[in-house]
Design a protein. Structure first.
Length: 297
């Protein structure tokens, strides 16, 4: 259960208040009151969710928190420290940080979690849950993390089990994990003749377990689908693609740095000789070898 009150040791922070915006109850601290109204209107809009159809969220509670410390306090540490929001489908509640990124897109991501859990009565893997929400929120820029990730370029693609763990790991690891989760959901859609998630989600809405729904919509067992997906990622984000995407600039910079270091090292002998009063013969630009014997001034 969430307790909403002023934080301990923070007497300047007045308690939050509730604002009703249609069917959405928005809870916010005074500094976020104006923002809360706008986000409440956004949360109550009808949305066409991929594979689920158009729906209105209905009665939900949206809590706008000032920062990560308050989010952590209200969720008892359930949200990762880098997280911008968290959805609690069982309570029809979303907690959203006011100090993080694109709030509208983050809100849509969390609303997608609520829509998925409302319409799908069976348990789905974490990677599918997060991948679907990112897909529904239009978070296509996440793929940039795959294009530039060295581990992915080298073919180090996690299993689905490992992917679930990575989604709750450090910020940098989770960034790549979210992109991989979206790619897996996109591959599920691609593997169906319709090119959509509708057949898979229809099976899930009907009560089929996730493995059976994958078989029915793709013709592959979950294990075989995982293997095919990993091969697709290795092919699409190979080392060559990584270099083209921009990872090669780092390699080029390293090569140039090495050349500069070599040049400085080759010049060091000449500088040392001049510092000690030796006359070093000039380089022969015509390729004729000159007498390297130093002459005393």
């Amino acid at each position: 259960m969430l307790r909403l009150a002023a934080g301990p040791g923070d007497p300047s922070q007045a308690p939050p208040s509730a604002i009703t915006v249609g069917q959405v109850t928005v809870v916010a601290w005074p500094a976020q009151a104006a923002l809360a109204v706008d986000l409440g209107r956004e949360a109550g809009r009808s949305v066409d969710w991929p594979g689920l159809g158009r729906s209105i969220p209905g009665a939900i509670r949206l809590i706008i928190v000032p920062d990560g410390r308050r989010l952590d306090s209200l969720t008892n540490g359930r949200a990762p420290h880098w997280g911008a929001a968290i959805a609690l489908p069982e309570n029809r509640t979303i907690l959203l940080r006011a100090d993080q990124g694109d709030l509208i897109r983050t809100l849509r991501h969390e609303l997608a979690h609520l829509a998925l859990h409302e319409q799908v009565p069976v348990r789905v893997p974490l990677w599918f849950d997060e991948g679907y929400a990112a897909w529904a929120a239009g978070e296509w820029d996440r793929f940039r993390a795959l294009e530039l990730n060295v581990a992915v370029a080298r073919g180090s693609i996690p299993t689905f089990t490992a992917l679930d763990g990575a989604l709750r790991s450090s910020a940098s690891t989770a960034e790549v994990a979210y992109a991989l989760a979206v790619s897996a959901v996109a591959e599920l859609a691609r593997r169906n003749p319709s090119g959509t998630l509708r057949p898979l989600l229809a099976r899930l809405r009907g009560g089929a377990d996730f493995d059976a729904a994958v078989v029915a919509s793709t013709g592959l067992s979950l294990d075989r689908f995982e293997g095919e997906w990993r091969r697709v990622i290795k092919r699409r984000y190979s080392l060559g693609a990584w270099l083209v995407a921009g990872g090669g600039w780092g390699v080029l910079a390293l090569i140039l740095w090495g050349l500069v270091r070599l040049r400085h090292r080759s010049d060091r002998t000449r500088r040392d000789a001049l510092d000690h009063g030796w006359n070093v013969a000039p380089e022969d630009t015509n390729g004729t070898e000159l007498d390297p014997t130093p002459q005393r001034w």
